[in-house]
Design a protein around this ligand. Structure first.
Ligand code: ZN
Length: 177
């Protein structure tokens, strides 16, 4: 089922750190949702464990279709570090759900070195109705570019927040087709 997957041999220390951070993000999500954010939260940490940036999805509240949590967090980190290229900082991005097709591109362009996510896209789509887009074999594509990826971390807790978002009657937005 939802066993942890990675594009390298799983490193128990990295995984444990990711579990802690992603659980922490999931716990904070209801507060963000209550303030009008979408149900996705991301954070960028440096290799010493310092938090560089943390942002939630703000598509609805800011009327911008690309304001996903990952994009907002990357923007905030680049602004903070005053650079468009994060590659020399050895940064990791943690996010409550698997990045969508847009965010995979955004991560690649940012110079982020590692990505850790919670709920896989298929479950996000099943629970919420959001469309995560068509995706390449991104684990291997990231590996080729030197970007580590771990997925399916603390899925149960993440699914619970998504279910509460839907049952709370919040907006699930998608373009008309
Ligand atoms: Zn996205």
């Amino acid at each position: 089922m939802n066993t942890v997957i990675a594009n390298e041999e799983i490193n128990p220390q990295k995984l444990q750190r990711a579990r802690e951070i992603i659980l922490h993000l999931q716990k904070q999500m209801p507060d963000y949702i209550a303030k009008g954010h979408g149900p996705f939260l991301a954070a960028i940490y440096d290799e010493k464990g310092n938090l560089i940036a943390q942002e939630a999805n703000s598509v609805v509240s800011e009327n911008c279709s690309h304001n996903h949590a990952e994009m907002n967090t990357i923007k905030a980190a680049e602004k903070k570090l005053n650079t468009y290229d994060l590659s020399s900082y050895n940064l990791s991005l943690y996010v409550t759900s698997e990045p969508c097709m847009m965010c995979l591109g955004g991560i690649m362009w940012s110079g982020i070195k590692a990505v850790y996510y919670g709920v896989p896209s298929q479950r996000v789509e099943e629970i919420t109705g959001f469309d995560e887009g068509f995706k390449p074999d991104w684990f291997n594509e990231f590996k080729k570019r030197g970007i580590t990826a771990y997925g399916n971390i603390e899925v149960k807790a993440g699914e619970q927040v998504l279910k509460e978002y839907v049952s709370g009657g919040h907006t699930v937005y998608r373009p008309e087709r």
